[in-house]
Structures are given as structure tokens and as C-alpha cells.
Design a protein around this ligand. Structure first.
Ligand code: SF4
Length: 337
């Protein structure tokens, strides 16, 4: 075994995370769910979501047979909802087989599974020799080798994949995969890495040269455009709220939210309700990967209950919280309770 892997595994035996819920039992299905949840979210946040998700959908068939609304409701608050839609779609594609495929190429062909996720699933659940390159591993290897330039450039991407493959041992692959993820998440952190406790510091070029803070080098920044959208919170005499299920494609696809439009006049005109006077009652900014959204929310009381004609349904605030809701909508409803 190479010395990087040997030292990392020895460190893992002492300090690694070995009590994560998807490790007991570490099946293809459970590791897949956890890896998709972890794609843009930290372990601490994922754990309760994972536990609720697998309690309700203990296997692939249960997930495939569920409605997308139920899946999105359990995902609500985790963000990046295309992950939930892809999980559901992939489960349906594999429904007949009853389990995920255990071949790398077949896994890669499923929606929402990229090269690193496929590698993590197979190495962790079956101990196969596949490298991973998530954000944490990318940072560790970039520092370990003092890799100059944008760490996401295609040249560095190729370099990092081949380094990740070279450093892998031939045994204890599940532990090794967890170990390198843990090292990035808990020691070689984005800010203030704890190099003094790092098992590979003797060979780490950035550490040896005193250049840790220089790596990874910053990516070329792209301006994130700002969009504004008007939302209408309608309540009736029983304090219920009118929500619409959003189209499957587009932001917050398949989730329930307040009706929205380019302007409050547009929204009210479409719903045939009086345009409220004055500015929005609530303005909040929500960040998406490619743009920022200023949500301007007007709150009105309506007497006419015929919102169903416009694709809306009334929900008590408690019932609304059991739906799949975008995070800012959930937060607003929780604040009202
Ligand atoms: S020595 Fe520091 S910079 Fe190098 S891999 Fe370890 S924690 Fe990261």
C-alpha cells in the first residue's frame, strides 16, 4: 500500500467517521441516497434528512412506487431539488431489477449520478476500486500537490482524477473513500486547515512550502445576475394559504409555492384579484447556483375561495408544511405559525 493511503487509513482508524447512518448497513441503495444528498450539503445537515428518507423509503421499490410529491416533501429544505427528482426517476428506471446496477458504466447512465458519485457508491457499498473527486477531495489533492490555476479547469480536472486514482490502495476501499472525504471535511478544511493534525503533512507540498493558504487558487469569478419576481400570499377567512404546484421543469420544479409573476400586477391580473397598494410586505433574497432572486411578496386576504380555477389549492399552514416547499416559502410559513 502506498504511504499516503497507509497513513490516511491509520488516521481513519482513530479519527474517521464510522457511525454515519448510511454505513450501517452500507448497502448500494443507502449509500446512493446518502451520496446524492451529500452532493451539495454537509454531513451534519444530511443525517436527519437521510434517516427520515430511508425510514419512509427503506428500499428502491418503495422509492420508485412513491409519488414525486411525497419525495419532494421529504426533501423540502435540503435544496437543489433536481437531486430528489433524479433519485425518484432513477429508482423508477431500476424498479424492475429491484436494486441499483453494480456496474460503474450502468450507474453512470442513471440520472443524477456522475463519475465521483458512482465511484463513491461502488467503493463504499461494495469495496470496489473507484476513485472519487468531490469538493473535499479536490481541495486535499490540490494542496497536497500545489496544483496551480483554477482547480476546476479541464486540465486540472484531468490531473486531479489521475492523482486520485494513483493514491488509492488496493484494499480497504470503503474505508479509504470515507477517510479521504473525512480528511477534507474535518482537517483540510477550506479555511484554517488543521495541518498540525494531518496524517499526510510530511508529503504535502503546500504545507512543506508554507503555501497552504495559497491553495486552491481562486476560480475566475462570474457575476451572478439578480432577478426580481413578485409573489402573492393569499389567505382566506380561515387563515389558509393558497399554493400552486410549480411545473416540473424550471426553478423549484414540482414544489408548492405562492403564485408568482414578473410583477404583482401580472400575478393579480392572472388570478383576477385586486392589485394591493404599496410596496411588497416582505422582500427576501434567495441564492441559486447561477443567479440571485429577490422575492417580493405581497400578502392579501381574499374573500373568494375559487382559487382552484387557477391551479391553486388552499392549505392550512400546518398542512402546507408537509408539502415539498422551497426553503424561503417554508421559512415564511413557519414564521407565521
Ligand atoms: S498538511 Fe494541511 S494542507 Fe496539506 S493535506 Fe494536510 S491539512 Fe491539507
Amino acid at each position: 500500500m502506498n504511504s499516503f493511503a497507509a497513513r490516511l487509513l491509520a488516521w481513519f482508524d482513530l479519527y474517521g467517521r464510522r457511525d454515519l447512518p448510511w454505513q450501517h448497513p452500507r448497502t448500494l441503495y443507502r449509500v446512493w441516497i446518502s451520496e446524492v444528498m451529500l452532493q451539495q450539503t454537509q454531513v451534519r445537515t444530511v443525517v436527519p434528512y437521510f434517516e427520515r428518507f430511508v425510514a419512509r423509503f427503506p428500499d428502491l421499490a418503495a422509492l420508485a412506487d412513491a409519488s414525486i410529491d411525497e419525495v419532494l416533501a421529504l426533501w423540502s429544505g435540503l435544496g437543489y431539488y433536481s437531486r430528489a427528482r433524479n433519485l425518484h426517476r432513477a429508482a423508477q428506471l431500476c424498479r424492475q431489477r429491484g436494486e441499483l446496477p453494480d456496474r460503474f458504466e450502468h450507474l453512470l447512465a442513471l440520472p443524477g449520478i456522475g463519475r465521483s458519485t458512482a465511484g463513491a457508491i461502488l467503493s463504499q457499498s461494495l469495496g470496489r476500486r473507484h476513485a472519487i473527486l468531490d469538493g473535499n477531495v479536490r481541495r486535499v489533492l490540490t494542496r497536497f500537490h500545489c496544483l496551480d490555476g483554477d482547480p476546476r479547469s479541464s486540465e486540472n480536472d484531468t490531473r486531479l482524477w489521475s492523482l486520485a486514482e494513483e493514491l488509492m490502495p488496493n484494499e480497504r476501499l470503503a474505508d479509504y473513500t470515507q477517510a479521504i472525504m473525512d480528511l477534507g471535511a474535518t482537517v483540510c478544511t477550506r479555511t484554517a486547515p488543521a495541518c498540525g493534525g494531518c496524517p499526510v503533512r510530511d508529503d504535502c507540498k503546500a504545507y512543506q512550502r508554507g503555501l497552504v493558504s495559497k491553495y486552491p487558487m481562486p476560480r475566475a469569478r462570474r457575476e451572478r445576475p439578480l432577478r426580481t419576481r413578485a409573489f402573492l400570499w393569499m389567505s382566506d377567512a380561515q387563515q389558509r394559504v393558497a399554493l400552486a404546484k410549480r411545473p416540473a421543469v424550471g426553478i423549484w420544479g414540482g414544489l408548492f409555492a405562492f403564485p408568482d409573476g414578473d410583477s404583482i400586477a401580472d400575478v393579480c391580473h392572472a388570478l383576477r384579484v385586486e392589485i394591493p397598494d404599496g410596496d411588497a410586505d416582505v422582500t427576501m433574497r434567495h441564492e441559486f447556483t447561477h443567479f440571485s432572486l429577490d422575492m417580493q411578496v405581497w400578502c392579501v386576504r381574499v374573500e373568494c375561495n375559487a382559487v382552484e380555477d387557477h391551479g391553486l389549492s388552499w392549505f392550512t399552514l400546518e398542512d402546507a408544511l408537509s408539502l415539498g416547499l422551497p426553503q424561503p416559502v417554508r421559512r415564511m410559513i413557519e414564521d407565521r405559525l
